[in-house]
Write a protein that binds this ligand. Sequence first.
Ligand SMILES: [Zn+2]
Length: 585
Amino acid sequence: MTSTAPREEQLWSRCAGCASLLYRKRLRRNLDVCPECGEHARLGAPERLRQLVDPGSLRLLPDRLPEADPIDFVDVLPYPHRLTGARASTGLAEGVVCATATIGGHPVALAVMDFRFLGGSLGCAVGELITRTAERALDDRTPLVLITASGGARMQEGALSLMQMATVSQAIAALREAGLLTVSVLTDPTYGGVAASFATNTDLVLAESGARMGFAGPRVIRQITGRALPEGFQTADFLLRHGQVDMVVQRRSLRGRLMALLAATRAGRPARSPVPRQEPASRRERLADDGAALADPAAEGDAGTPGAEDNPAVRDAWDTVRMARHPGRPTTLDYLDSVFDGFVELHGDRLGADCPAIVGGVARLAGRHVMVIGHQKGHTTAELVARNFGMASPAGHRKALRLMRLAARLGLPVVTLVDTPGADPGVSAEEQGQAAAIAENILTLTVLPTPVLAVITGEGGSGGALALAVADRVLMLENAVYSVISPEGCAAILWPDRSAAPQAARALRLTAPDLRRLGVVDEVVSEPSSAAHDDPAETAHRLRAALLANLLPLLDVPPAMLVRLRRQRFRRFGANRVGARAGLR
Ligand SMILES: [Zn+2]
């Protein structure tokens, strides 16, 4: 009796859309689209590849990377246990399957995410595998096709998973520069750090019918706004209506659409692209040499600023989180007043809005002109509300983008001051393309031909922080935090209990000394013995000295070299971090 029951179950499956009981073979023949209601069931990566590529053309790329648990993350389960479980249940090594193949005779490189593997989350290995696939496309001079399915960055790898957004984005930027087509196909669901990077910064963005894509998930938005969400919110049709995708495609038409797009773009491109190949095969080694050549202005051994490291009273991570959020903590406008001179604020995204959560403009730092862009919070409730608590809207990210590009055109270095709980997770932010706005900033910063210096001054919240923090040098104030997710959010998902936030704060490795050891941050700027808000003048004095020490050496580096080194800085979070314990404990 018991031996036949599971087999019966395997023959039939129930549609998530209309609850019809469907014969599984019939469903598979129909590409896992319900013949009754048209519901597109989620596909694993192997089945997706089988549906899309020409038979016999598939060549899987290596998927084994050394074991990675870069921050020794433990929630109710140690992270390696979760990884082992995901491998056993999916038969996959990681949350993405990468390959070369042909589609209708057109050679492509493909990376296909698999939502069954830890929610398709973006960790160091996934970022590394997708980056290698993009590099393969560059080497082979073929288009890159990304099929996304992900809840976002993998919080068990802390800020290193956040860095993957930049790592993959710069690989996409290299394909853009080489004139090679990049296409992403959004499948259900695509959220968070994946939505805010490579899912939306490709040349073409297709959405499979029924797919949902957004920066913030519906549950989070409902929780924060306390409102019901509009009908069809974040669905493929919603995205099309709001100008965020090129087309919505039924699964049965997807292969045909890709073939047509690949054929059209191939026809339009000269047989030999006039853009020179980026770098020959040994570029990684060469970059490593370049990296060694640029003197690290703060290199005093591996420990960072002595002041911060020598502090005998090691503060608990949760106390640091509270310190970073202290309403008395100096804001970007405070620093513009105390660290810089002659600030002239520039406004507007030129598309219809001026976001108060981002301030930017030209200023002088010790007599040198710079472009300063930062998140603005406030000290009082009224100020915080007026500034949307430092949570930038898409218009804020586009204003920042405009100022970054302007700075590059004018030859001004960019200094960013990061202090945000995260990007605005509201309904209209999603309607206006929050994910794509963040993605475009990240990609643009990876190739901006002018020095970029970022400082995490308070809260460095997830993708919203990274949208201003892809830089040549990343500094962090001693009591600031920088994290892939808020401790409360992490606790709610993994423990699952929001009151476990203090434990989550410790597990996430979000403090300045931890991130310095992980290489996410280059230098820790020590605060006065109590904290920044107790002695703002001394904090400003120290920040100014750190900015100058880090900026001046960058001014002598030619722009092309700067971009190369910046790319290397973010590339290493994939390659070298995988398998390498970062010396914690
Ligand atoms: Zn159905």
